[in-house]
Ligand binder design. Sequence first.
Ligand SMILES: [Fe+2]
Length: 239
Amino acid sequence: MLLMPNFYQVGSENLSHRFDGTAYLLRGDDYSILVDCGTPLGYQKIVQNIKSCGVNPSDIRYILGTHGHYDHVGAASDFKRDYGCKLLLHKNDVERVESGDKLKTASAVLYGEDFVPVKVDTQLNGGEHFTVGEFRIEAIHTPGHTPGGVCYEVEVNGLKLLIAGDTINGGFSKHIDSNEEDWKRSLDILCSRHYDMMVVGHSNATLLCDADDRLKDARNSFANYYNPWFKRFDQKYKY
Ligand SMILES: [Fe+2]
């Protein structure tokens, strides 16, 4: 689904599999980049979506992970095996994906699935820059949802786009090492910057064009109320 020239949503609950977080394709001339890549259950559909954007999956050089969760980088092992993509992830989330930790990757509790262990090719610290086509990308370390959360700031044609992952609207649990104070600091960092547009970790193919106001609202509403009645995906409820 085209969101702007050379920027596509290729994975999501609606586009690939109901377990998939959002996955974005940034198309360049020589190579392309994925930001997140969904689950193994949505893998084939995401590959199909990439091809329908006119991109050969073999031309995807990097998968930039927003964090080490099943719904975001669960299919990284498939992409690496079939297309030789390199996985980049913040160093704080590396151990959980390389060991296939079912709890810390949220694969078991939320989805009832295993996490296929995957080697991270490059560990991020935050502050790294990447270029693909006309896009200039900066990795911003935004811990809170998980310790290795990363948002990607994308500059294109004078506009700034934030790929926020689960730093906006993500779940909070001690089982995935969520940290409230870290998360507040991360939101403060995002609020101190200017963004023209934003996309988040779970949504339809939508560019949110009031990003600054949404980030401010997210910061103001964060951790004001805890909902203990969370409903798991893998169970049925009468009410
Ligand atoms: Fe997550």
